[in-house]
Design a protein around this ligand. Structure first.
Ligand SMILES: [Zn+2]
Length: 300
């Protein structure tokens, strides 16, 4: 019993010192960004995620311990495009850490690195629901865009911690080689999606569809954050039948009953996928995409 306790204490101390030794303390808003930052930064960084993979990143509880994480951070990696608008500013002001506030050297919004889709041309107002006025922030479903994000993260790590510049550049190179090989494998697995129509719950699969050459016929929610009415469902069902939609694809945190009903009536399949890697249990961006691709492929 005693040796177990000692072993636990040693492990704890080692864990703490490993974090304390990290040259760059990085906090990412979402687990997919955390996984990418961790692979690029390697042993020189400690990376934690604010949102859990089971949590819808639009709505994260701004709990005080997350502000504490930010207070100690050298770098904050965010998605941007107001994905985190409902909770991140509260945490940033609670953290009182100028480095990771907007405009600070340590603050990095990754949306700047990718070509954006769904950028609204007309004026946005609240009647349109909880929409993203700067464009669609769900770009991590497209590995081509993730490559750009990884490069942006590496560049900023080099700026913040030049003594490890070589390591951050090498980390990026390794990540990109692996990503390129995986991308080709994923594209092959899902090649039959090309030209097809699919339905998603939230407008979060725009980049996924752009990557794989399929199109999104409709979203189950009529406006972001608003559940569908029976009338909405009738309209979506009509679209699904006329466009031969065989797949309803959504993140696990969205409700499944309306989507399941639609799928059954349209002769389609509902596939629920994680919204990001289980980073806190050691899963990588590749694990996440492998799971996603495998589940979609099984339904095709
Ligand atoms: Zn969204």
């Amino acid at each position: 019993m005693r040796s177990v306790l000692v072993a636990a204490l040693v492990a704890l101390l080692l864990g703490i010192s490993a974090v304390a030794r990290a040259d760059l303390k990085v906090v990412a808003t979402t687990p997919d960004l955390a996984a990418v930052a961790s692979e690029v930064g390697g042993k020189h960084v400690s990376v934690i995620t604010l949102a859990l993979p089971t949590q819808d990143p639009h709505f994260v509880d701004a709990r005080p311990h997350l502000a504490l994480d930010l207070a100690r951070a050298d770098m904050l990696v965010a998605v941007g495009l107001e994905l985190e608008i409902g909770w991140l500013p509260t945490l940033q002001s609670g953290a009182r850490n100028g480095k990771i506030n907007k405009g600070g050297r340590g603050y990095l919004e990754c949306a700047q690195f990718v070509s954006l889709l769904d950028v609204p041309h007309e004026r946005i107002d609240r009647s349109m629901g909880d929409i993203h006025p700067g464009g669609n922030p769900h770009y991590m479903f497209d590995p081509r865009r993730v490559a750009k994000v990884a490069a942006g993260i590496s560049t900023r790590m080099v700026e913040l911690d030049p003594s490890n510049a070589v390591a951050y550049k090498t980390g990026l190179d390794h990540f990109l080689v692996k990503l390129e090989a995986s991308r080709q494998r994923w594209e092959q697995a899902l090649s039959s999606l090309r030209g097809k129509h699919i339905v998603s719950y939230h407008r979060s699969l725009t980049y996924f569809a752009d990557w794989l050459g399929c199109s999104i016929s409709a979203e189950v929610e009529p406006k972001p954050g608003i559940p569908p009415s029976p009338h909405d469902l009738t309209i979506i069902l009509g679209i699904m039948k006329s466009q031969a939609v065989k797949l309803v694809l959504q993140e696990e945190w969205y409700p499944g009953s309306a989507s399941q009903m639609l799928a059954e009536h349209a002769g389609a399949k509902l596939v629920r996928v994680p919204g990001g890697p289980d980073y806190n249990h050691g899963k990588s961006y590749f694990d996440f995409m492998d799971t996603l691709v495998m589940r979609v492929k099984a339904a095709l």
